[in-house]
Design a protein around this ligand. Structure first.
Ligand SMILES: *Cc1c(COP(=O)(O)O)cnc(C)c1O
Length: 456
């Protein structure tokens, strides 16, 4: 894997402002301020595209593609690659702080364990949600204190619990009786969070089918924990990944309050509420507008509140470019109409794994067509035709999109790009069929504040 040196980030990065205050960001070229319908809208984040970011990404894509000569590069020299704007991660963090100032983010490492993203979030003061020995090890090896990790897996491997105990990662979640016996055996002094089930019926990826104690079991679990001499310090939940119902958070906060009261009845004084993940780029303000007040309504200020955002931080920061390796025209035997198939060198077994695992519907856009560079351009003046877009493996499942409209002239040797590719993409890629799972990331940084944190 080739990373662009962190030092170079600062040089490609910084377009102008000398400070990274909201005011300065507001005045960055292109960061236009358009009022939105949300009463709680971010003072400078308005959901519109950031022109500085787009320019840096365009430049990185163009340079990289220019450096590849398809006629004489090494085998795989034209592999798909990412461009990541760390400035976007930084903006998401500021957006979090402004909308949910009481709630401390613990980034869910599984979503995208990119080393530069982790470094930036660590330097911004985030904690980390880890679910395995490897994830804990990754964070600890960066010199981050174990107190900034929550081992947020309710059904843990015994040897991983021993690892957490040895390393001092003492915040862990549980949701069933067997887990309590395991904790007693391997880490009796852990600070436990009881993960409760939520109504995740309005989420794309339902998690409560697998995890979370039903509310009629929580009193019994708390009593058992007390009898075993364990230390339950709080409640956690996850409303489901890709949720589209902000009110799910309010319901879960109310349920957590009830469990806090049950805990008091058996003699635990809970001090920690973990409101989980599930925040999206498009619904964040709407969630914050109901979640923040609900937390304040039900929990006094001596209760510490943390969250485990994953996709929120990274989805919009990563763009993938993939090469068109083949194109096929198929005539429908009945209608005699042509349809078109494009084959890319990245697919569902690669960085588009989210199509399988995360209900993603990636939208292809034309990056190059012949010698034209078309990033960010509309192809309106071209005749559009319908394509299906396929990955490189021999499996018929490896379909990125069954119906996408692109110019008819697009063909072998051209490049496509996909935005919003930072979450649940590379991390669940495989090496199936001998195609790589470790695509290069080219980093840019559209925020000077973020570049400064990466330099140190
Ligand atoms: C996956 C996961 C997250 C992150 O979810 P997002 O939807 O990406 O925010 C947080 N907490 C737990 C326990 C998870 O399993």
């Amino acid at each position: 894997m080739v990373y662009v040196e962190v030092e170079t980030i600062a040089t490609v990065a910084v377009a102008s402002p000398s400070q990274s205050s909201p005011q300065a960001i507001k005045s960055m070229p292109g960061a236009s301020v358009v009022p939105t319908q949300h009463a709680t809208a971010h003072p400078y984040y308005d959901g519109s595209e950031n022109a500085t970011s787009k320019a840096l990404i365009a430049n990185a894509l163009a340079q990289r593609i220019k450096s590849i000569n398809v006629d004489n590069c090494e085998a795989g020299g034209e592999d798909a690659f990412f461009v990541a704007d760390l400035g976007e991660v930084y903006r998401q963090h500021l957006r979090w702080k402004l909308n949910l100032p009481r709630i401390e983010p613990f980034y869910a490492v599984k979503c995208n364990p990119d080393a530069q993203v982790l470094r930036l979030l660590a330097n911004l003061g985030c904690g980390f949600d880890c679910a395995s020995k490897k994830e804990m090890e990754t964070i600890l090896s960066m010199g981050i204190s174990p107190s900034r990790i929550v081992y947020a897996h309710p059904c843990k491997t015994a040897s991983f619990i021993r690892y957490a105990a040895a390393e001092g990662v003492d915040h862990m979640t549980f949701d069933n009786a067997e887990e309590l016996y395991k904790c007693q055996r391997y880490f009796p002094h852990a600070r436990l969070l009881l993960r409760i089930a939520t109504d995740d019926s309005k989420a794309l990826c339902r998690l409560s089918v697998k995890y979370g104690a039903p509310l009629d079991s929580t009193a019994g679990l708390l009593q058992l924990a007390k009898n075993l001499g364990l230390n339950v310090v709080g409640v956690s939940f996850h409303v489901g990944s890709g949720t589209y119902d902000p009110n799910a958070f309010v319901g879960a906060v109310e349920d957590a309050r009830r469990v806090f009261d049950e805990a008091a009845d058996v003699g635990f004084e809970m001090k920690l509420l973990d409101v989980g993940g599930g925040y999206g780029h498009n619904n964040f303000e709407a969630i914050a507008a109901v979640l923040g007040p609900a937390v304040d309504q039900y929990f006094p200020s001596n209760v510490r509140v943390i969250a485990e955002p994953g996709r929120y931080y990274v989805a919009s920061a990563f763009t993938v470019a993939a090469h068109i390796i083949a194109r096929r025209t198929v005539e429908d035997p009945v209608t005699l109409e042509d349809s078109f198939m494009l084959y890319l060198n990245d697919g569902v077994y690669g960085n588009f794994s989210g199509v399988m695992f995360d209900h993603q519907t990636p939208i292809p856009r034309v990056l190059t067509c012949g010698d034209q560079f078309l990033y960010g351009k509309r192809d309106a003046d071209e005749r559009l035709v319908k394509y299906s877009i396929w990955g490189p493996t021999c499996d018929g499942l490896d379909c990125i999109s069954s119906s996408s409209f692109l110019p008819e002239v697009v063909s072998v040797g051209d490049w496509l790009y996909f935005t919003e590719m930072g979450a649940y993409s590379k991390c669940s890629a495989t090496k199936f069929n001998g195609f790589p799972d470790d695509h290069e990331v080219v980093y840019v940084c559209s925020e000077q504040g973020a570049a400064a944190l990466l330099d140190s």
